[in-house]
Ligand binder design. Structure first.
Ligand SMILES: NC(=O)c1ccc[n+]([C@@H]2O[C@H](COP(=O)([O-])OP(=O)(O)OC[C@H]3O[C@@H](n4cnc5c(N)ncnc54)[C@H](OP(=O)(O)O)[C@@H]3O)[C@@H](O)[C@H]2O)c1
Length: 318
């Protein structure tokens, strides 16, 4: 197993992709990105762009073979809509002698399905990821040790999700209000978006400990109620809050799905999946089981998560 130096990132222009790019560059990897459109690279600051090689091309098997030749590793942070394209990417990578393919997972490991909410919109994405994973395993077996896959299971991308999905996570920061599912005490783990980048870089820096497996990672284990207390303290305001039944949210989400309101439905499903009291679906790993040590990931507490969220929103001076 050789040292990994040259890395190509796919889906680099998404938010997870950008966190990965920042960490790879700060760890000294030589980074190329493959994008469907050069214009999407405008999301990078000029100093970052100056350090990247950019390949903008239509996604075809020929593009993949040409772009991947000479690379040590591929990191895919492709969106759910592009997940199945990874099958062609894996084939091209194995064919041209790339050592490592990191799959676009960044959720839960597929084998951790016990108690998983089995609604069609979440299930379809999971099944596609499992199909891609099985394809990668098949190519690894055929390669007799030359080709490897790896992935990270990170649970909720907690700081990003609090800001981006207030409906699912339950915190309306501008209005200082919270919605707590059941009694708000269901434990869940989350990984900060910047820590996901660090985990990817740490995985590639430790190829022997990370090959052909999921790493289970966590920046924090917390509850909605704990986060609410942290928000009260950090903003020096007692937030208004309501308690809602996760069973009611599930019924409403199923109805929204039936009416074609998929966005609203999925936020409800994610909330129930994460916060339903007693369901035990959302702890990716206990502190003792977690693989944080392999990638050098430190745990923080709910207060630190809330501080980071407020800082990202420009509220750090409170
Ligand atoms: N754990 C969690 O809470 C959580 C939350 C969100 C996402 N995720 C996971 O993180 C991964 C990335 O998701 P994301 O939301 O960060 O993705 P995203 O921002 O929607 O997209 C990432 C990049 O993928 C490329 N892309 C988009 N649609 C594509 C398509 N149909 N075909 C090919 N390429 C396409 C685009 O890059 P170019 O335009 O440059 O080609 C885009 O910038 C997924 O595996 C997702 O399931 C996990």
């Amino acid at each position: 197993m050789s040292e990994i130096k040259k890395v190509i990132v796919i889906g680099a222009t998404g938010e997870i992709g950008r966190s990965i790019i920042a960490a790879l560059l700060s760890h000294g990897f030589t980074v190329t990105i493959l994008t469907r459109s050069a214009s999407s690279t405008s999301v990078f600051p000029p100093a970052t762009l100056a350090q990247l090689k950019i390949i903008a091309a239509e996604y075809t098997p020929e593009t993949f073979r040409s772009a991947f030749t000479g690379q040590d590793a591929i990191v895919s942070a492709i969106s759910i809509g592009g997940i199945s394209a990874q099958i062609q990417m894996i084939d091209a990578a194995a064919d041209v002698g790339v050592q490592r393919f990191m799959l676009s997972e960044f959720g839960n490991a597929p084998e951790d399905v016990q108690g998983r909410l089995d609604v069609p919109s979440l299930k379809a994405a999971r099944e596609m990821k499992v199909k891609v994973l099985n394809h990668a395993k098949m190519r690894v077996d055929e390669s007799k040790g030359k080709f490897e896959w790896s992935a990270v299971a990170v649970g909720s991308i907690i700081d990003w999700a609090i800001i981006k999905f207030p409906g699912a996570m339950g915190f309306d920061i501008p209005n200082r209000t919270a919605r707590l599912y059941d009694d708000g005490t269901e434990p869940f783990t989350g990984t900060r978006i910047a820590d996901i980048g660090l985990a990817v870089a740490g995985s590639l820096a430790n190829p022997s400990k990370t090959a052909n497996r999921f790493l289970r990672l966590r920046s924090v284990q917390t509850t909605q109620l704990e986060l609410l207390h942290a928000f009260n303290d950090a903003t020096q305001v007692k937030w208004a809050n309501e308690f809602v039944s996760s069973n009611d949210v599930l019924k409403n989400s199923e109805e929204a799905m039936r009416l074609g309101e998929a966005g609203k439905a999925v936020q409800g499903f994610v909330a129930v999946q994460t916060f339903q009291k007693g369901a035990h679906r959302s702890v990716v790993a206990t502190k003792e089981e977690a693989d944080n040590g392999i990638v050098g990931l430190e745990e923080v507490d709910a207060v630190e998560i809330v501080r980071g969220v407020l800082k990202a929103l420009g509220e750090s001076e409170i």
